[in-house]
Ligand binder design. Structure first.
Ligand code: SF4
Length: 306
């Protein structure tokens, strides 16, 4: 860890949209994004958004919903993952005795991929095998990944939640870019339907821990709810987190709560990010994150005067 060098303390923790990215962003918005589901092609909204990408937007702050979530859960984790872009699994270096451990975020990515790409009516185990066979980056850990993901997917498939999900329809992996208070927010919603937004989480937690973990993701769900409203003009009725490992869902009724509080929470997170690093670790976090080893070193260094 000798190469670790603190960022300038005065530097903003926000990413800025470079001038060169503006045309790329404009092209992406124009080319890619419609919202089907309930017939919402929403050309008007798209046109309005492209119009907003007029002159003078260079230098705007840009945040992803994941960045907001990571900062809300632990500011130091945000610093590692998004400012320094440190590879967590490289630092983790954990191997279970007699076995092969796979970094949690790889399992999470694969589970999301299965849920995104499973064909209509296709058993999830079959979709898992198809993806494992087709993607070279999973080959090295294919058996360990299969062993870890199969029981999670089987339990999901047998749940009442999965019945509801299958009946819900809507868009899978809906990408968005929206403006809010002069800031660009980007993200990808796992499942978007006009009356419900669903996001899957693969944290290794128990059912009892789900409500506390869900609060850590609240600002991310706020961004999704605000994005859905900006894009469609509708407040999503319900925003649901589904924790895949314990098989627990936690949801909020945004239609009842309104979006004002959601906006306040998101802007508060942005304001805290903009103060810049070094960011604090979140002491109450039980630290099942991929930066655990690095975190101990950095926390000790930062608590040592001089
Ligand atoms: S190990 Fe815990 S305190 Fe350290 S960065 Fe990760 S979540 Fe934050």
């Amino acid at each position: 860890m000798g190469d670790y060098s603190p960022l300038d303390e005065g530097s903003s923790g926000a990413r800025r949209l470079p001038a060169g990215d503006l045309s790329r962003l404009r092209e992406r918005l124009v080319a890619g994004e419609t919202i089907s589901g309930d017939g919402l092609s929403d050309e008007d909204a798209l046109a309005a958004r492209v119009g907003e990408l007029g002159a003078g937007l260079e230098g705007l702050d840009i945040f992803t919903a994941t960045e907001i979530a990571d900062f809300s859960r632990c500011p130091l984790r945000y610093e590692f993952a998004h400012l320094r872009r440190l590879p967590g699994d490289w630092i983790l270096e954990e191997r279970e005795e007699g076995g092969q451990a796979v970094a949690g975020h790889v399992v999470g990515t694969l589970l999301h991929e299965v849920l995104e790409r499973a064909r209509r009516g296709e058993p999830l185990a079959k979709a898992l095998d198809r993806i494992l066979r087709g993607r070279g980056e999973y080959a090295r850990n294919a058996e360990a990944l299969r062993a870890e993901c199969l029981p999670i997917l089987a339990a999901l498939e047998q749940s009442r939640f999965y019945e509801r999900l299958s009946a819900l329809g809507g868009e899978r992996e809906l990408s968005f870019s929206v403006f809010l208070e002069g800031i660009i927010f980007e993200g990808k919603i796992d499942r978007y339907a006009p009356d419900e937004i669903i996001d899957f989480k693969s944290d290794s937690i128990s059912a009892d821990e789900a409500p506390v973990y869900a609060e850590g993701y609240r600002a991310q769900m706020d961004v999704y709810a605000l994005a859905a409203w900006r894009l469609t003009g509708r407040v999503p009725g319900r925003v649901t987190l589904y924790f895949l490992r314990p098989g627990v869902e936690v949801g909020w009724d945004y239609a009842a709560d309104g979006l004002a509080q959601a906006e306040r929470r998101v802007l508060a997170a942005v304001e805290a990010i903009r103060k810049g690093p070094p960011y604090a670790a979140r002491p109450e976090d039980d630290c099942r994150c991929e930066y655990k080893n690095l975190c101990r070193i950095i926390a000790a260094r930062r608590s040592t005067p001089g």
